[in-house]
Write a protein that binds this ligand. Structure first.
Ligand code: ADP
Length: 491
């Protein structure tokens, strides 16, 4: 499309076309800017005058006048190809028109050479796009650079419980749960201003919001297109609550978490065992040493044999201690894959995972994350495991509670130290439990394992942070963990 790429104001520039309207009573013929440029006419004027100024052959004018008349009297649509005279560039122009209401005609004027290619392509793309929007299993939404929804697919209608008619024209943030709901305009603004991609082409798990306000996890990926100088963003949305056993991101995350959970449970059990067994092992060791001394004094004929046996027993005691120590080291050595992680992403993914099934329980979830401190230095999977644990505990604690609200917040509590807090409106922590919460195997639940919090604290401490629990003044509990923003010694 050379004509479109020519510099503005350049002599060679020719418009691709535009629209026109005609009022039968006043005979006024109006043209859009593009049509004016194409036809070399002013924006408005009496039809006959405009026709006379149109740079076409006399015969062509006659055709156009007749077509307009038939259209005005009998509502017959027309589609004419006119050759512009040399003054108009000698090109072909296509003029289409039809009646659009009482006494009004309207239509379009294109440069015919462009039009053939353009309209073909546009029609083909529109058809492809339409059928994709109709049939795609994933929800699709197209928004403009102000966040206003331009189209909304069938699957998206089902996912959110909104019709396309209701959705189109609204800001896309109505589909989101907090914090994205209030921040989304800022996200687009940030991207348009800086070009920094946080989600475009990357994709991540976010919390969607259905028409009834209930949150649900969804995987969102976004593509960007440029349509005639307009920036449009297409979101592909996959509802994770209906996730089948596929290679999805949630499954992957869940598997990672389960794996690490097993490993840490092993480590935790190892530590507990080591702790518990150290004393009996030490006692056995002492008895053996004592027995060997007694044996030496007794002067029995089998003394040498018994002595040998006791020595081997002592070796085995040492070996048992080493095995347990190694088991313990094995897990605590997993300093893991620590890197710079986005707090929002970490928390949102953990929430999406931890709150599967929470919708049915009528639980609302709020985020209050300080956007000024979005980066943490941490092992994402381990910290997500901690958060999932805290969220699940919060859900458990709110079973049967009247108010069911979970909140995840973050704030800077010391230079370079971020605190993440999970607050619930549940039963609160029993007074006699508060001192023992973080002990391995401490649980007040009939089928609880009692390892969640002790593992969580282990993970947080391995990151150089701390974990604590408090009851809220107005009911429920808050669990806090602190984490460093940057690796030790980093600038
Ligand atoms: P489990 O959940 O298997 O019992 P945890 O180590 O995660 O193991 O929790 C230990 C105990 O701490 C729970 O049994 C419960 O008594 C208490 N607890 C944990 N989270 C909360 C909470 N949000 N509100 C009240 N009590 C809690």
């Amino acid at each position: 499309m050379e004509s479109k790429q020519a510099a503005p104001g350049a002599k060679t520039q020719r418009s691709a076309g535009g629209a026109w309207t005609f009022d039968v009573a006043s005979q006024e013929f109006r043209l859009s800017q593009g049509a004016c440029a194409l036809l070399g006419l002013p924006a408005a004027g009496p039809f006959e005058e405009m026709l006379a100024r149109m740079p076409v052959e006399a015969g062509e004018r006659k055709h156009l006048r007749a077509a307009m008349r038939r259209c005005a009297t009998d509502r017959v649509e027309f589609d004419l190809r006119l050759r512009l005279a040399a003054g108009g560039g000698g090109a072909m122009v296509r003029l289409m028109g039809g009646a659009v209401g009482e006494g009004r005609l309207a239509g379009a004027a294109f440069a015919a050479d462009d039009e053939a290619r353009l309209s073909g392509e546009v029609a083909e793309r529109a058809a492809q796009f339409g059928s994709i929007m109709e049939t795609a299993l994933d929800g699709m939404v197209v928004i403009d650079d102000a966040g206003i929804m331009q189209s909304f697919s069938r699957a998206a209608e089902r996912m959110f419980g909104l019709t396309a008619q209701e959705a189109v024209g609204q800001n896309v943030s109505v589909l989101m749960a907090e914090p994205d709901r209030t921040r989304h305009d800022g996200y687009i603004g940030h991207y348009l201003a800086t070009g920094e991609r946080r989600i475009i082409g990357i994709g991540r798990i976010v919390t969607g919001r259905r028409r009834d306000g209930s949150p649900f996890p969804l995987h969102l990926s976004i593509g960007e297109t440029n349509v005639e100088g307009r920036r449009l963003f297409t979101g592909f949305m996959h509802d994770l609550t209906e996730e089948r056993r596929s290679q999805s991101r949630t499954q992957q995350l869940q598997a990672e978490l389960a794996h690490i959970s097993r490993l840490s449970a092993l480590g935790e059990m190892g530590s507990a065992l080591a702790h518990e067994l150290n004393q009996p092992l030490a006692a056995i060791g002492n008895y053996i040493t004592g027995s060997r001394r007694l044996l030496a004094d007794a002067g029995s004929p089998s003394a040498a044999k018994i002595e040998g046996a006791l020595e081997r027993a002592a070796e085995q005691v040492l070996r048992a201690g080493q095995i347990i120590r190694r088991l313990r080291d094995f897990v605590s050595r997993r300093a893991g894959e620590r890197r710079q992680e986005s707090v929002a992403k970490l928390v949102e993914e953990a929430a999406a995972l931890g709150l599967v099934g929470a919708r049915e329980k009528g639980v609302t979830l709020n985020f209050d994350l300080d956007p000024a401190y979005d980066a943490l230095f941490a092992d994402r999977i381990q910290i997500q495991q901690v958060l999932v644990n805290l969220l699940r505990n919060g859900l458990d604690a709110m079973d049967g509670a009247e108010r069911r609200e979970l909140k995840v917040s973050s704030r800077l509590v010391a230079p370079e130290v971020l605190e993440i807090a999970v607050t619930d409106t549940g039963a609160g922590i029993a007074p006699d439990a508060i001192a023992r919460l973080f002990e391995p195997f401490f649980t007040t639940k009939p089928s609880g394992l009692g390892v969640g919090l002790s593992i969580s604290r282990g993970i947080v401490e391995a990151h150089g942070g701390e974990m604590s629990a408090h009851n809220n003044p107005d009911g429920g509990a808050t669990f806090r963990l602190t984490l460093p923003l940057r690796p030790k010694g980093a600038p």
